[in-house]
Design a protein around this ligand. Sequence first.
Ligand code: DQQ
Length: 518
Amino acid sequence: MTELTHPLATVPRDELVARAEADPLRPRFHFVSPAGWLNDPNGVSQWNGTYHLFYQYNPEGAFHHRIQWGHATSTDLVTWTDQPVALEPSAGPDAEGCWSGVLVNDGGTPTLVYSGRFDGRELPCVAVGSPDLLSWTKDPGNPVIAAPPVGVDITAYRDHCVWREGAMWRQLVGSGIRGRGGTAFLYESPDLRRWDYIGPLFIGDASHGDPADNDWTGTMWECVDLFRAGQGSLGSAPPDGSPDVLVFSAWDDGDTHHPLYWTGRYAGDTFEPAALHRLDYGGRFFYAPQSFQDESGRRVMFGWMQEGRSDAAMVEAGWSGVMSLPRIVTPADDGSLRFAPVPEIKTLRRDHAGLPGQVLTGASGPLELGLSGTQLDLELDLHLTPGARLRLGVLGSANGRPSGSPNEETVIELCRAADTGNDGTLRLDRTRSSLDPTVDVEDKSGPVPMPEGRVHLRVILDRSAVEIFANGIALTARVYPTLGGDHVTLAADGTARIVALDAWTMAEIHEGTRPLFP
Ligand code: DQQ
């Protein structure tokens, strides 16, 4: 048996894969690590046609410790091939972990910029890859930045966004200034090795709002991601007025709050903010997102769907953490962003079921759709009259059980405001999603524009992973049903017209047993 090296490493390594694979709540068409722990997406990219997804990985068990960079590749963003671990801690500046970072193309040389952890703090490190991106050599000059900016009292300092601007590289490192708020420090370099500190790109205000607010900007910004949403590249004038976007994950004293983004304009050495937005109404369930522009010009984003069950339950399960489906990010007319799963995901659809258009009212009672499944892709075109509320129940267990017995259901709710034309709300009601009293069932919701009451709703369900898109607004979360329910129902208060409903069962993407160390 392998030596156990961490207090939480109670499951022997050689049992982890079997435990993970036996868990009915483990997603089957989202990317998950072979077993053990997964968190942030790293180095997301397309290189000579092949997509690369690196991720924060602990193959020792389902807990965050001595993090490595797992690696998987894909030709279609749907199925993934496990590759050998790309980065592993070694004596020196990343001895305690290879934390999050990015991949850049340095004149044809694949190069990773990541946070090496040593002595309880993180510093920027670099590694170069073989032409197939499968083996990586750490730079002997690591860390390439020896310390955070002097004279600034920081809360933390890690994670990277790196891009080419003219003849120079630019880099942001996520941080926070004590007593003020989160920030991203801007650096410049001719060669990715020698970095000059320029200054904070932009500083948030942690005294604004309350830590309980779902748009509080935190005391530190993790995983900053700056990009142009639309035409043109960072630093150039946008031909179509598209915004620049600064994505960050609001963090405070060890707590992962939620991903947010500022729209605005990056020019010179600063970012002029226009507006702050919630990136995903699921908050911490779509954390540490990272994006890239693929070879066809699409902006593709992945996020970490963290768990809502206890540390002990994760360890027991032998696995933790789900990668979101890749989603396309586009600018909307109102200056904010819209999200949709990449269309390639549709190749997993099987067994189509459709429903003819019909009107649903409070009086008609819940509609039994004759649909069931724990791996589903549901697409609905809806029209809600003012004040109407539509409830789509999934993972329901009531069917076939004696009435009065405990049951579970996860409910996706759309509500159109009674008094205004175009406003509505998307809500995920998890209060009855699990009989397990220890799991997170907090309410998740936020506003959704509903022009004349029209909503395009997409719900992607993969066991414990739920991704919802309502008119391009995302809400991602996790649910932990205990009864194995797979029932789907629709109900309404007021009047809702179902213009179209299509549903598919989704195929699995991982075949056979995956080795812990590919
Ligand atoms: N996870 C990484 C850090 C990052 C955090 C460590 C965000 O680099 O700040 O695994 O989830």
